[in-house]
Design a protein around this ligand. Structure first.
Ligand code: ADP
Length: 414
């Protein structure tokens, strides 16, 4: 980490500082970055000259290192994201209503910096998790064990599902996990599918097993999820694993909720006592995210101790906006493009976009991936934001791999 951290880092450091300080509301509030006088070495690059002083610098950074035109958002585990540094306005042009403003407050100097949100790179976080998984796999192999094996069952030829399966088997091979994709036609009967699952359950070489969802309408998804042996259920959809999750017991946490958790934790975002809005209540995504974030941090499977609100398709739009404005952390998992807009988001909020929507671009007719959040608009208001693609998606795949290694380790332990 450079000796004078960049502003995105300082937001993070200020969050940590705010947690410790009796002046916490004043230190970090609604996206305001407030620096103390005299500045700590960490915060000094954001200091403005006081009243009557001659400005020495015109911007938020005095860092002239080769990385001076970038922000590297770091946390204890490494680089998280890389975001462009906005050009600092000259001090002479500061305005309270502008992009950069200043104010003074008894003994403290307050500088308001309205930078775009720090973009939390899921790709970078996934890379970090990959390294941990690789090390874990190599340790297993060095101890004389087989490589973990992931079996993925794909029914039909839905293009999105094919991409997800390919991404999972690719990630597995990159991480030293062996894998197999078992393809069945869309017309496969439920009995045949259950029989295949049973074979995989009994195959000792298979550490982890998942059936790519959604399944064709004639197949009962719940019956399929419950047919997978709970100890091989790397998607965490088996009724026993969901029950354990709800009871705060250690279990296979479904990959997307686990990814949201990892992004929050590895970024160092505080959840205890915070207001979290989860938009979406699906049993595989919204509900488990809410479970993770509201539950007790001291339980067997630690939770986030947040105050969680769940919105869903019956939540009126004005109520959705109301709850969103109260939220320190917004997690959008509704599958509705542009659902969360800048006017709904509190200054400095953390916005995690779980949505993956395929939209046809007008004109070119090309298919583009977008989330549930109006990224460009919300980025101007939020403190942290995940992009789509490159946000929750890559971390989700990493969590499937992590669950596979956990399943392999658990099998050895029993
Ligand atoms: P996923 O499994 O990715 O969560 P689903 O389509 O199963 O996706 O679930 C979408 C969720 O989003 C549902 O819980 C639904 O109630 C919620 N939802 C859909 N539209 C809205 C909306 N306009 N506002 C809030 N929640 C919504």
């Amino acid at each position: 980490m450079p000796s004078t951290p960049h502003c995105a880092e300082m937001k993070l450091q200020t969050l940590h500082l705010a947690r410790r300080s009796p002046h916490r509301r004043s230190l970090w509030c609604a996206g305001l970055l407030i620096t103390r006088i005299p500045p700590t070495p960490h915060l000094c690059t954001c200091m403005e000259p006081g009243v009557g002083e001659v400005p020495q610098t015109t911007g938020p950074s005095t860092d002239d290192s080769p990385q001076a035109d970038s922000h590297f958002l770091r946390e204890p585990h490494g680089v998280l994201s890389h975001i462009p540094r906005p050009a600092p306005p000259p001090v002479a042009e500061t305005r309270m209503d502008g992009h950069f403003s200043r104010a003074y407050w008894s003994g403290f100097k307050l500088a308001t910096l309205r930078y775009p949100a720090a973009v939390l790179s899921g790709t970078a976080i996934a890379r970090q998790i990959h390294k941990e998984i690789q090390a874990s796999v190599e340790q297993l192999v060095a101890q004389g064990n087989r490589r973990p094996h992931l079996a993925v069952i794909l029914v039909g030829d839905d293009p999105a599902s094919r991409v997800y399966v390919r991404n999972k088997t690719r990630a597995a091979s990159l991480l030293g996990i062996s894998s197999s994709a078992l393809l069945r036609p869309a017309g496969v009967s439920q009995a045949e599918l259950l029989d295949l699952i049973d074979q995989m359950n009994r195959d000792w070489r298979v550490s982890g097993l998942l059936v790519q969802l959604p399944l064709p309408g004639h197949i009962n998804e719940r019956a399929v999820c419950n047919a997978i042996a709970p100890e091989k259920d790397v998607d965490g959809f088996h009724i026993v694993n969901i029950g354990k999750l709800v009871l705060d017991q250690r279990t296979m946490v479904p990959a997307t909720p686990a990814a949201v958790w990892e992004i929050i934790k590895r970024t160092g975002i505080e959840t205890v006592g915070k207001n979290v809005l989860v938009v979406g209540r699906s049993k595989n995504v919204g509900m488990p995210i809410a479970m993770l974030l509201h539950s007790d941090r001291n339980h067997e499977r630690p939770g986030g101790d947040a105050t969680v609100t769940i919105a869903h398709r019956c939540t009126p739009r004005d109520q959705l906006a109301h709850h969103c404005r109260l939220a320190d952390i917004v997690i959008a998992a509704a599958g509705v493009p542009q659902l969360i807009t800048a006017d709904m988001v509190k200054e400095g909020a953390v916005v995690i976009d779980v949505g993956i929507n395929r939209i046809h671009e007008t004109g070119s007719g090309r298919i583009r991936l977008v989330g549930d959040v109006d990224f460009e608009g919300v980025q101007q208001k939020a403190g942290f934001i995940t992009p789509v693609p490159g946000g929750v998606g890559p971390v989700t795949i990493a969590m499937v791999m992590k669950n596979t290694v956990t399943a392999a380790r658990n099998a050895l332990a029993h």
